[in-house]
Design a protein around this ligand. Structure first.
Ligand code: NAD
Length: 265
């Protein structure tokens, strides 16, 4: 199946690495112009841009902390200055800063919430403002599209990661509430909830195809790859998903299906 994002521009946050990188490359292969946001590691962002331009696509890298309002506004301004408009925003940036709940510092709590939850809100709000200002564009049926990067931990509690699980639980209702609010304007907002995908965020447990303990949690029997998530993002960003509004697409090999119960009859 050929999915096209021709004549559309996408901002992908945290696109220097992992899932964001995979999504940026997939969107560019589908014909979109891509704004590769990064927070640090400019060299990695430049490498993603170079890969896209070498394949005949168009991309720029732009540094911004998604938790900072002024940075997010500057990111969107740079995208419009370079490409004229924005059609798709993938609020992907996220991080972990783990500790047992009773030992977690306020800085750890607030730091993860600021990037994972406030950062997504700021990007979504800026996206909605931009879509409204632009009006309907030719290349897509929706006025604009937003994809939030959630996690199976919007549903599955995760001891030792209370800030991360709370942030993703927050993303769930942030996404659904804004999707409900914006649907009458034909702004489509959805989320992806990945399970265990091999990226730098979980390099320790996904090395060599995943530890035995991790694989026990994945009924489909393998750790995910960034392209598994990129393909889902491509679908949600495209007109093939034109009637998909406020959904969370789990891309997790069945991790959210309570696998411990499969032989507990
Ligand atoms: P990653 O560490 O490779 O990527 C995270 C990205 O977020 C990086 O590009 C990083 O620079 C960026 N980032 C961090 N803080 C930022 C900030 N303040 N401003 C802008 N960018 C910032 O890990 P990943 O696995 O690719 O994670 C991407 C998203 O997917 C995250 O939201 C993560 O929670 C989510 N996720 C990942 C998995 C997985 O198994 N890999 C599972 C569920 C959810």
């Amino acid at each position: 199946m050929h999915i096209t994002l021709e004549d559309q521009t996408a901002i992908v946050t945290g696109a220097n690495s992992g899932l964001g990188r995979g999504i940026a490359l997939a969107f560019a292969r589908a014909g979109a112009n891509v704004v590769v946001n990064y927070h640090s590691h400019q060299d990695q962002a430049d490498e993603v841009v170079a890969a896209i331009t070498a394949a005949g696509g168009k991309a720029i890298a732009f540094q911004a902390d998604v938790g900072e309002e002024a940075d997010v506004q500057a990111l969107f301004a740079a995208a419009i200055e370079r490409f004229g408009a924005i059609d798709i925003v993938v609020a992907n940036s996220g991080r972990q800063d783990d500790a047992p709940s009773a030992d977690m510092t306020l800085a750890q709590w607030e730091g993860v919430l600021k990037t994972n939850l406030t950062g997504q809100f700021l990007c979504m709000r800026e996206a909605v403002r931009t879509f409204r200002k632009q009006g309907q564009r030719q290349a897509s049926r929706a006025l604009g599209k937003i994809i939030c990067m959630s996690s199976v931990h919007q549903r599955i509690p995760w001891a030792g990661h209370v800030n991360y699980a709370a942030s993703k639980g927050g993303v769930h209702l942030l996404m659904e509430t804004m999707a409900q609010e914006m649907a009458p304007e034909r702004i489509r907002i959805n989320a992806i909830a990945p399970g265990a995908i091999k990226t730098p965020i979980n390099a320790e447990v996904t090395a060599d195809g995943g530890t035995d303990d991790l694989l026990k949690l994945i009924p489909y029997g393998r750790v995910g790859q960034p392209d598994d998530v990129a393909n889902a993002a491509l679908f949600l960003a495209s007109d093939l998903a034109d009637y998909v509004v406020g959904s969370t697409l789990f891309v997790d090999g069945g991790m959210a299906l309570y696998p411990g119960f499969e032989d507990n009859g």
